[in-house]
Design a protein around this ligand. Structure first.
Ligand SMILES: Cc1cc2nc3c(=O)[nH]c(=O)nc-3n(C[C@H](O)[C@H](O)[C@H](O)COP(=O)(O)OP(=O)(O)OC[C@H]3O[C@@H](n4cnc5c(N)ncnc54)[C@H](O)[C@@H]3O)c2cc1C
Length: 542
């Protein structure tokens, strides 16, 4: 939505396509907040924000992109405020900021613990106000590339049925992450990485696909997120004997170390038998009822509803769950992909500002800052084209009709569940060579089964059976890319932890991005250098 507003401001004719009503996008579930060095809670500046982000990324982020993010963040947050975003306030009326993991200052601006909900409403208001047409419940399925240029997209109209062709001189992918690849995920059901898979199949490279972030505090078994804002407000993580175990893993930062460090610590406690029924405990009790009710009311509701626990009186059981994908469609700092006329922004893209580990609060900021840049650049550099050929439509139509007509085969559900369970087991917080090799074979077999998948609903109107089958196809291709990249990265960096064979970071050989392209229905691996501007890689301690 931020990209659409920027493109229209730059004079382009814009339309939005979304498989959901826009305010139902996963961004609306963001709780903790958005990072900008406003300096409202203590001294702060964009340079510290950039350093924290680079260090948090385990030095894999591209530092030119990080500097852009951190320099633009304050202005971009004030713009959201002027559009009507109701941020929580300091006693003297400025935007309040809370401490978040691995941040040198309280830098996370927030609206209680419903920040994403507030921001997405504000952005949608801008779409309505500017009369930007929204084609909602249109499922984009295939990018059309003609003569090396993206000329638009083919989409399935969920409500009425039927394939729609949308010609465009520029197309921006902003389709979010693939968190649904995992059992135990904080992500909404719609987070199936469709845009990444579409770009991959259209010939665009994907970057750092092995970098899936596990959030240390999610509820079992649902995976519902308990925000880092709790630890920002001072909550403790304790094991079965009531010990604040982070003193063994991150003695200085404790509960506010970076997510990869805390997820490994929590998983190690659980694996070592020091957990409680496969979880550890997040203790908020000492914060007191008043603070919990004022700043973490949504967290209290979630844990009451999904765990039957009232955090005013009892600690919340939590464990690591799949949360955010640092990788995505390889773009430059204007959101451009190597395909003319094709852009990407938000979680679907990899600019890369998060490298091997994202800091909490930086993802929302990225969607705004880089969404805006992609929209503006696309509008100011419109090339020719924009016509989708009849043959492209005919081919796509035939493929979809064949899929729906198939009657003999397997429904998608078991494939989807087996994929999510096996990714969790073999490509989770810790990765092991044998497990990743096994996962390569599992994904291959699941892709063979998928080739005979059956869509049971043969109708036109709201055929979610069809779109769910298409989403599964996206997840399977992305899983293949992730495991391929994970096997190639023979080191431990950020979210990619290989405790048995390569427990250390290896800058000499792996201070570089993985790149995956699609060749003959298989992932093909390559590498790309990391951009370093000011901060040489150093040892990372919290
Ligand atoms: C529970 C949770 C809490 C979080 N909390 C925070 C936080 O506090 N701070 C922070 O910085 N980050 C947070 N994150 C991460 C952050 O919210 C996301 O990375 C970010 O919001 C993603 O935004 P996006 O615009 O890229 O994608 P989304 O918000 O997921 O939007 C994707 C859009 O693309 C559309 N779409 C997808 N596929 C198709 C298709 N095939 N055809 C048509 N349309 C399609 C969808 O309809 C949707 O409108 C959180 C994430 C989760 C899951």
């Amino acid at each position: 939505m931020r990209a659409a507003v920027a493109a229209q401001e730059a004079g382009a004719d814009v339309a939005l396509l979304s498989k959901l009503h826009p305010t139902r996008s996963h961004s609306g579930a963001a709780e903790g907040g958005i990072n900008a060095a406003l300096g409202n809670a203590s001294e702060d500046n964009p340079e510290s924000h950039a350093f924290d982000t680079v260090k948090g990324s385990d030095y894999l982020a591209d530092q030119d992109a990080v500097e852009i993010l951190c320099d633009s963040a304050p202005e971009d947050v004030y713009e959201l405020e002027h559009w009507g975003a109701l941020f929580s306030r300091t006693a003297d009326g400025r935007i309040a900021q809370r401490p978040f993991g691995a941040a040198g200052a309280p830098r996370t601006a927030y609206a209680a613990d419903i920040t994403g909900h507030v921001l997405i409403q504000v952005l949608y208001e801008q779409i309505v106000r500017r009369e930007i047409p929204v084609y909602e419940e249109w499922y984009a399925w295939r990018l059309v590339v003609d003569g090396g240029r993206c000329v638009g997209v083919l989409a399935w109209d969920l409500l009425n049925g039927g394939l729609k062709s949308v010609g465009a001189k520029a197309t921006i992918i902003a389709t979010g992450g693939p968190g649904r690849l995992y059992a135990g995920s904080t992500n909404a059901y719609a987070c199936t990485g469709d845009g990444m898979a579409m770009a991959l199949r259209a010939g665009a490279p994907l970057e750092d696909m092995e970098m899936m972030q596990f959030h240390p505090t999610t509820l079992a078994p649902s995976g519902v997120l308990i925000t880092e804002g709790c630890r920002g407000e001072g909550a403790y993580l304790v094991n079965a004997s009531g010990e604040r175990f982070l003193k063994h893993y991150a003695p200085h930062a404790m509960e506010l170390a970076s997510r990869d460090v805390i997820s490994r610590a929590v998983q190690t406690e659980i694996d070592g038998g020091r957990g409680v029924d496969g979880s550890v405990m997040l203790d908020l009790r000492h914060l007191g009822a008043e603070r919990i009710l004022e700043r973490l009311h949504n967290t209290r509701e979630l844990s009451l509803t999904f765990a039957g626990v009232d955090p005013i009186y009892d600690p919340i059981p939590v464990r690591p769950g799949a949360h955010y994908h640092m990788g995505g469609v390889d773009t430059d700092v204007w959101g451009r992909t190597p395909i003319e006329g094709l852009y990407a922004a938000g979680e679907a893209a990899c600019v890369s500002v998060h490298g091997a580990n994202r800091l909490g609060g930086n993802a929302l900021m990225e969607t705004i800052t880089f969404g805006k840049r992609a929209g503006r650049h696309a509008a100011e550099n419109l090339g020719g084209g924009g016509e989708v050929s009849e043959s492209a439509v005919r081919d796509a139509q035939r493929e979809l009709s064949d899929l729906v007509a198939r009657t003999d085969g397997e429904r998608p559900w078991s494939i989807r569940n087996e994929l999510a369970e096996s990714m969790h087991d073999n490509f989770g917080v810790f990765r092991r060579e044998a497990g990743m090799q096994e996962q390569t074979r599992i994904v291959e077999r699941l892709r063979e089964r998928y080739a005979r998948v059956v869509v049971e609903d043969k109708g036109d109107v709201f055929n979610s059976d069809l779109t769910q089958a298409l989403e599964l196809g996206c997840l399977l291709d992305l899983a293949a890319c992730m495991v391929e990249a994970g096997l190639a990265r023979k080191e431990s960096r950020g979210a990619h932890a290989r405790p048995d064979d390569y427990p250390k970071r290896d800058d000499e050989n792996f201070l570089r991005h993985t790149i995956v392209t699609w060749a003959d229905g298989r992932p093909k691996l390559d590498w790309k250098p990391v951009t370093i501007t000011r901060w040489q890689p150093a040892e990372r301690e919290y």
